[in-house]
Design a protein around this ligand. Sequence first.
Ligand code: FEO
Ligand code: CA
Ligand code: CA
Length: 692
Amino acid sequence: MVERMRRSLPMAGLTRGKRSPVTCQFKCANACSRPVCNDSPNEYFRDIVSAGFSRRRLLGAGAVGAMAVTLAACGSSGAAPAGSLGSAAAGTGSAGGSGGAAGPLAFSPISPVDKSVDAFTVPGGYDWRPILRWGDPLFADSPEFDLHTQSAKAQARQFGYNNDYLEILRTKDGRKALLYCNHEYVNPDLMFPDTGGPSQAERHAIAKAAHGGSVVELERASADEPWAYVRGGKLNRRITADTEFELTGAAAGTDLMKTADDPSGRRVRGMIGNCAGGTTPWGTILSGEENFDGYFRAAGTCPEEKRYGLDSEETSNGWEKTDRRFDARQDGFRNEPNRFGYIVEIDPNDPASTPVKHTALGRMKHEGATVALARNGKTVAYMGDDERFDYLYKFVSKRKHREGDRAHNKTLLTEGDLYAARFQGDSDPTQIDGSGKLPSDGTFDGSGTWLPLIKNGKSAVPGMSVEQVLVFTRMAADKAGATKMDRCEDVEPHPKTGRVYVACTNNTKRGTDGKPGADEANPRHENRDGHVVEIEEAGGDATAGKFRWNLLLVCGDPATNDATYFGGYPADKVSAISCPDNLAFDRSGNLWISTDGAPGTIGYNDGLFRVSLDGDRRGLVEQFLAVPREAETCGPLIHEEEGNVFVAVQHPGEDGSFAEPHSLFPDYVTGAPKPGQVAAPRPSVVQVFRTA
Ligand code: FEO
Ligand code: CA
Ligand code: CA
């Protein structure tokens, strides 16, 4: 008998300030209903002397030139031309909060959209269309999508579910491009009928085939035309929860990685929970395995399992019932969860390549990783662990980048130093009272230290071996004394200034019973709306051991919430913003932020926002678009010079059901569906383009 996919929802009525209980169920295995994973006694330290910093650029000319690989990377990948700090936000005028900056992406901010609205909303003078939708056939032999006859074989040849990180790499003539997109998780309630339909085993196989990532060729007649995907493109590829990966780094091949299916400890099937990501200067894709714990049923008894949220409950996906490797209670498979939770690297130019999981970047609920090249040529990856009270990390490669040597550069993330961040505030701690009220110096700010976990190939954590640090990285950072953060999501170095931006999406447990209270880097108790940290590495050197920081934004709806801050910009002149998640930059140097959770906090659909970073407009937040009902805005990508913005719309209509959908995005079928029409929400990659 087919299991009924709609189960009780542990987070129903408990999703304070955040998302739908259905999203909790399938995306993060109800993480908020479980004990906080980090109950280590690690406290916030204030005893580090502030390090000086200078306003010098991080990226050298070599880094920008390195973008000219087979396909030229743009947008968040850092392909923007180099400039000096202070030249960011070129073309922006005086403060005002209406009309937006001049240039190809001029727009007037949209009004916030009520959470009941099932529409994709863009500013005047713009239109949108989907480029790729769940189920779109990617190969010449792919079956057409049919909601009612879906199979695992078909899904493995079609665009996957719940798209997240997005990159579009264009050819020099601008006629062709290569799209990469993650498929983070699935919602069986919307994919399958309550009764009938595929068997349980086939549902699980379909779900695995809908996970992973897609590489898809795009084409257009000219830069004035929207992109269209190329069915049968020779670089098209699906990566799924069954694709073979190679483990790299010092933990690969160790006893911690060996299973009955893989006695070598070097080969893993599949990537799961892939959320955000980044594009390397050598043109490969990095992607973070995030909520992997929710896919495994484990004993849940040892500290290592508890620290990663692994427990003995039946999982929401239920794969352990039909695939023994997801039942980590069994002999031979206890280490299987140790093989997930990594940064993966995928070469989109080589569909035959084996993607890799880099143990050198540690194991956690990796939101993603973004890379900068330091002045000395070393590769620096910034990473967030998206869990309440977990940490911010940095990796510095042992070897240096070599321009044009792709084979060498693809080894850079296999070996290097690994750090976790400690933040110190510079204000009197008694002034940080958890209310969000600014301290007397006018800013939440201070200094920071990168605490070594791995240094020069050796463990820097007493009592832990190198492989233990890399596989149980959270425990290493506990011992090192890292600062417990409010869920670090995307972490992105600015391509011009090198300043690093960290989206802390929320943490409603901060300051509650028995939990850590406010500190200057996480200054609000029961932090519902999140904040954005701005970091400047000491001496502008991405490999530095010290940094300065400040909170650029303390988010919320300033109309109803006094405990907000917008870089000093007048709060009554900005768009309301809550739960920052993914980050991107435009060519002018503005920061763009997409959100996940605004319907549950400020009552509006999630959206995409432009934030000015410099001059009189610093802190000005302007809403560009809103996604449909119950959806999350993911993967923002800004091609400012062409007037194009791209987002991945994830989990539209998440709270609906197969029989009663809450959204019909993006097809908006009315009445009885015609042949080829689908009366269900479809996670989709969307292009927004100018019409005037
Ligand atoms: Fe998948 Fe942390 O968002
Ligand atoms: Ca301060
Ligand atoms: Ca995310």
